[in-house]
Design a protein. Structure first.
Length: 403
């Protein structure tokens, strides 16, 4: 070894902080910054990595003649700082510090190599892992007892789709909304909307503060409340909907077997004079026009229904079926706007599963669509129970009370 080969890089190496070493190992994903060689070795032995990996100075640690690039120091005060160090294999370290090659690796070149390497590691590792999500659970009373997805059901369902949920603090990971009372009870709909408003306000707060950037919805409630909930869900936050399936072995997970269902729009001709338009979703069962309220007598009816399937309780088991419905429903609303431009009110009558009801509400846009009255099926007829776009309780004509 000639004297010019002697490298003065050992000086001060002991001063490199552990935090700096760790940061370099992390940013390079444990590979040589120049040749991409894996420094940890194939065997998970600590010894191997110690032998292979070296921390190289860009600007040499001392001013001495043997200190690489120290004469080109363009303002590096702390030579032990992370910015001035590169994690390299022994061979690459030797090459960049060798007097014969040193001109090929001026400080800017090494900085550029380091930056682009670390950027590449960041890019390829950015995605992956489990998606963090917040659970929004809506439950109601069914025959006197609370029906709501349990924390355990939610955690299991989320894990099956590689989501990480219900492991956060109460504030950001689990939003539960209990709807008390029963639809026949006094003030039920107003109180239920208030419960949803309150829960949504908490979710919004968590989204605004950056605690939540993905929401998973698990709801059990009547159609009008689900429409109302859907209308409140913001379009900017990625949201996935789950529903409890009849098959207890499937539980809350989507069962993407078989072919997804498609949907069609059945609509009458244009009518520029129509002031009321009825929007019908017939997914769980047929919606019988004879049970329509007298308020919508003679109004045009736009219906979204399955193609090649009859409406039924198990229609939506494939998640793509839900996406197909949502697409078709949005197209139906656009059709309602263009064919019946004078409409002052839309009337939404749905026999639909939980997730489709939520999607029906999500598609409604204040200031673009007219106010929407949402109906609930009673034993005898469809009854107007709430209005989307209005804070106060709707003026609902009195109807015979359900048993
Ligand atoms: Zn290397």
């Amino acid at each position: 070894m000639s004297s010019s080969d002697v490298r003065d890089t050992a000086v001060n190496r002991g001063r490199i902080k552990d935090a700096v070493r760790n940061a370099l190992w992390a940013r390079t994903a444990g590979r040589c910054t120049i040749c991409n060689r894996r420094l940890l070795g194939d065997q998970r032995t600590y010894l191997h990595s110690v032998l292979l990996a070296e921390l190289a100075h860009n600007i040499g640690a001392t001013d001495g003649d043997g200190s690489p690039r120290s004469k080109q120091n363009d303002g590096v005060d702390d030579t032990e700082a992370e910015e001035n160090l590169l994690l390299l294999c022994h061979d690459c370290h030797k090459i960049i510090d060798n007097p014969d090659h040193i001109d090929f690796f001026p400080p800017e070149k090494l900085r550029e190599i380091k930056e682009s390497f670390e950027r590449r590691v960041e890019m390829v590792t950015e995605n992956g892992g489990l998606t963090r999500t917040a659970a929004l659970r809506i439950g109601c009373l069914i025959r006197g007892s609370l029906a709501m997805a349990s924390r355990r059901e939610v955690a299991e369902t989320l894990l099956a789709v590689n989501y990480l949920g219900l492991v956060e603090t109460q504030r950001s990971g689990d939003f539960a909304c209990r709807i008390n009372g029963s639809p026949g009870g006094r003030g039920f709909w107003e109180a239920a909307q208030q419960s949803i408003d309150d829960t949504i306000a908490q979710v919004r707060q968590a989204v605004e503060s950056g605690d939540v950037d993905h929401i998973s919805v698990f709801a059990i409630a009547s159609v009008p409340l689900l429409v109302y909930l859907g209308w409140h869900l913001d379009d900017k936050t990625p949201t996935r909907l789950f529903q409890k399936h009849r098959d207890q072995f499937v539980g809350w997970s989507w069962n993407d077997q078989g072919n997804p269902v498609d949907f069609e729009i059945v609509a009458p001709e244009d009518d520029a004079s129509a002031e009321d338009v009825v929007l019908v979703c017939a997914l769980t069962s047929e919606v019988t026009h004879s049970a329509f309220p007298s308020a919508v007598d003679g109004a045009p009816v736009i219906e979204v229904r399955p193609i090649e399937h009859s409406p039924g309780p198990n229609l939506l088991s494939h998640e793509q079926s839900l996406a197909n419905f949502a697409d078709r429903w949005r197209a139906a609303l656009a059709m309602a706007e263009s064919r019946f431009p004078s409409a002052k009110r839309w009337h939404l009558i749905a026999s639909a599963p939980v997730t489709a009801s939520i999607e029906a509400g999500r598609a409604l846009v204040r200031d673009i669509h007219p106010p929407v009255t949402v109906y609930e099926r009673t034993d005898v007829a469809y009854e107007a129970v709430l209005e989307v776009y209005e804070q106060q309780a709707p003026q609902v004509p009195s109807q015979p009370r359900r048993r």
